[in-house]
Design a protein around this ligand. Structure first.
Ligand code: ADP
Length: 272
């Protein structure tokens, strides 16, 4: 059986759900790649195969959304790509470096210097101001703050008049924008965002997603975002669909309607 997500443009469309490994690749240069990626949690009869042979190329300078039903492996894939979790087998490369076999020390360094994170729960330090939160990763890594870039990020995210506020004095949307600024200010090779608008109302979501997209279009950032929301996915250049630990489809230049159609087609295919 081959699953075709309706509405793909057909150029680098969708892949089969059967066969040895699911694949999603593009012609552009990759900021992160996974090859034959397998992640098994536990062992014996209760083992869970969260990733079941994923091959994927995430394109540099693009916003990629990862979608799929709950339990399909989205967070596991993101964590393996970001060096937060180690695969059971297979390889991961980030910005040209294979991270799957890196020592913990090098991996920590890579996460500090080359990878940015945005989490659903913002994860800001409550006792620090917005500005102190934004520069914290650079301070920890003892790297100088590039003032011009900081100013650009702060203005892009509309945070100029909030920099002296503590997180408790900011709305959820503003807190998440601070978290985005914190991820962007170190000029990471790639930013991973896990359900970045999961706690936000639709207006704040639109702001945060708009800024993530602008960070790609205007700052040249590469962003990978896990989401279950077709509207959020509509901000991406490309959507990858996961099911049962495999990439089962993709969509280029998505709109929320096309994402909904694709999800419907994948659900139908899963029932057959
Ligand atoms: P998603 O993000 O799409 O909801 P996950 O990557 O969180 O999916 O999970 C994929 C599968 O792996 C699920 O069956 C989940 O229960 C399982 N899983 C995830 N993390 C762990 C873990 N730490 N220990 C055991 N099973 C896990």
């Amino acid at each position: 059986m081959t699953t075709q997500t309706d509405g793909t443009d057909g150029t680098d469309g969708t892949r089969g759900t059967d066969g040895a490994a699911s694949t999603a690749s593009t012609a552009g240069p990759a900021i992160a790649t996974a090859r034959a990626l397998v992640k098994v949690y536990g062992d014996g009869p209760t083992a869970v195969r969260a990733l079941d042979g994923v091959d994927v190329d995430l394109v540099r300078g693009e916003l990629t959304a990862i979608m799929g039903p709950s339990g399909s492996g989205k967070s596991t894939l993101m964590h393996c790509l970001a060096g937060l979790d180690r695969p059971t087998s297979g390889t991961v490369e980030v910005d040209g470096e294979e991270i799957s076999a890196m020592s913990e020390r090098r991996l920590t360094r890579l996460r500090r210097t080359r990878v940015g994170f945005v989490f659903q729960a913002y994860n800001l330090i409550p006792t620090l101001t917005a500005l102190e939160n934004i520069t914290l990763p650079l301070d920890i890594a003892r790297r100088p703050v590039d003032r011009a870039h900081l100013e650009h990020v702060v203005d892009t995210l509309g945070l100029r008049d909030r920099l002296t506020h503590k997180p408790a004095e900011l709305s959820g949307g503003q807190q998440q924008r601070v978290a985005c600024a914190r991820a962007l200010v170190a000029r990471p090779a790639v930013v991973f965002a896990d359900e970045p608008t999961g706690n936000l109302d639709s207006t704040s979501s639109a702001e945060v997603l708009g800024f993530l997209r602008r960070s790609v279009d205007e700052l040249g950032q590469s962003v990978v975002m896990v989401t279950h929301d077709p509207t959020s996915a509509g901000y991406a250049h490309r959507v990858l669909f996961l099911a049962d630990g495999r990439v089962v489809g993709e969509l280029r230049d998505p709109t929320p309607a096309r994402v909904l159609d694709a999800l419907g087609a994948l659900r139908t295919a899963a029932r057959q």
